[in-house]
Write a protein that binds this ligand. Structure first.
Ligand code: SF4
Length: 475
């Protein structure tokens, strides 16, 4: 199976990648179903949950209050982990986090690592750093395993291989299977299970992400629908968990609010199948667990975001609901966004982590319809954040083309001159309004405006302006 470059590599041009995605029939049919599957389950889950609004507000309030005293909660977390015999490593950026992981591996002469799904490890490009150091890394989440074999990047926060059809998956797994595999999902999953079980037993180190870290107990919480997370934390001798600083919550009593909203938002379930609360290394009276536990706490630009007007983006609990609700994501898919995080929240996070200049298209990759905010379990005001990023782009003169500047200046001038505005709108309604009477749609717009109609039609303006209609009604 050959795949375009943008599926494998980051930092590409959003418009080019989007056009390729729009021309990919298989991807379009997969994305077309997303609103009726994950999106619909999310909406139904909120409707069926009586107290959804109160619980979502509470989860949001906990995030807000935790960020207000983040330094204290992180210090409490560190003290709790140390008191249970764990190790804590602070990492200012991705390179420092990779170095910390490699140091642990080198100390134990570890050559093989099993990993469960972790967006933070994707963010710091951990697999690449480990492979360059000669360490074998095996992804153990089924979706992550598929894209690891395919050499792709994840295309969705909770469904990393969502962009692939079942035939694509069969083709990919046949590359590593000695026997030919059929298209049957059960057979494919059984094959992956056989491949992975032996790796769990052989691995020296298990690496996981962290859904939540509880400061008062020093526990980390892992939520998944596959059993691989538990095997990753309990079979290898050493467990390394990597978290962004925003993943801490103060108390165990805060956790149920997030458990209730995360599963509903991600997959429409009341609760995910596995919720593991890992208390560091194995205690003397415990039967399983790692002999050594390391927690890597990553900043990577988050403390800057904390002090900025984009602070609310740190509320994100990585459920993926905003992706399923977004009309842009549901057309272009996750890879087009160019970074690790896709969809509406990716359009905020990727420019923040990767630089506004490199990802200047993303804050504009939204119609600001608000569907993302309605779907978000912690009610992040994503459209407002995107508008703030657009303001920053404008203020820094990044990627504002001459034509765009001219168009907005002309528009502003016209709005300051009502007579001209009235004449222009009269002319447009009298000319293009005729189209409205015929088909209602403009198939092709001229010049720069042609971008609108390259992949869709544009609604023709009404033949009667609102002001004329109003006059008619009131005469
Ligand atoms: S922004 Fe909200 S909906 Fe989107 S992934 Fe984060 S928590 Fe989920």
């Amino acid at each position: 199976m050959t795949s375009p470059d943008y599926v494998r590599h980051e930092h590409h041009e959003f418009i080019d990648a989007s056009e390729q995605a729009l021309e990919n029939g298989t991807l379009q049919s997969i994305l077309g179903r997303l609103g009726d599957t994950l999106g619909a389950r999310n909406r139904e889950a909120w409707q069926a949950f009586d107290q959804s609004d109160q619980v979502r507000e509470r989860a949001r309030a906990i995030k807000d209050a935790t960020l207000a005293d983040l330094d204290q909660h992180l210090e409490t977390l560190e003290a709790s982990v140390l008191s249970r015999g764990g190790h804590v490593h602070w990492a200012a950026d991705g390179e420092a986090a990779c170095r910390a992981v490699l140091k642990v591996l080198q100390t134990h002469e570890a050559r093989m690592v099993v990993k469960s799904k972790s967006m933070t490890s994707e963010e710091i490009h951990l697999n690449k750093a480990l492979e360059q150091a000669g360490v074998e890394v095996v992804e153990t989440d089924f979706g992550e395993y598929i894209i690891q074999v395919a050499g792709h990047r994840p295309s969705h926060i909770v469904g990393p291989a969502l962009h692939m059809s079942s035939q694509d998956v069969t083709d990919v797994l046949n590359q590593v299977s000695e026997e030919p595999l059929s298209n049957d999902r059960v057979e494919l999953a059984a094959f992956a299970r056989r491949q992975l079980r032996s790796r769990f037993a052989a691995a020296d180190v298990g690496i996981t992400g962290v859904n939540f870290a509880i400061a008062e107990t020093g526990s980390i919480v892992l939520i998944s629908n596959e059993g691989n997370g538990r095997l990753t934390t309990s079979l290898p001798r050493i467990h390394i968990a990597i978290m962004g600083i925003e993943k801490v919550i103060p108390r165990l009593a805060d956790l149920p609010y997030f458990l209730k909203v995360l599963a509903r938002a991600a997959t429409g379930q009341k609760l995910s199948i596995y919720t593991s609360i890992v208390q560091g290394k194995r205690a003397p009276d415990e039967l399983d667990g790692a002999e050594e536990f390391h927690l890597i706490i990553l900043d990577n630009g988050r403390s800057q975001i904390l002090q900025s007007p984009l602070r609310e983006s740190l509320f994100c609990i990585r459920c993926g609901a905003c992706l399923n609700a977004c009309p842009v994501y549901r057309n272009v898919g996750g890879h087009a966004y160019g970074g690790v995080y896709a969809g509406p929240i990716g359009a905020v996070l990727t420019p923040l982590y990767g630089g506004l200049e490199d990802y200047h298209h993303l804050p504009h990759a939204s119609s600001l319809c608000g569907a993302c905010q309605a779907a978000c379990p912690v009610k992040i005001q994503i459209p407002d954040l995107l508008v703030k990023l657009r303001e920053q782009l404008h203020a820094s003169h990044v990627a504002t083309g001459r034509m765009e500047t001219l168009a907005y200046r002309s528009w502003a001038w016209m709005l300051r001159h009502p007579r001209i505005y009235r004449s222009v709108t009269w002319f447009i309604s009298r000319t293009l309004g005729r189209v409205k009477r015929r088909s209602g749609w403009l198939r092709r717009l001229p010049g720069q405006l042609g971008g609108w109609t390259r992949h869709r039609d544009f609604p023709a303006p009404a033949p009667l302006r609102f002001r004329d209609w109003w006059k008619e009604q009131n005469s």
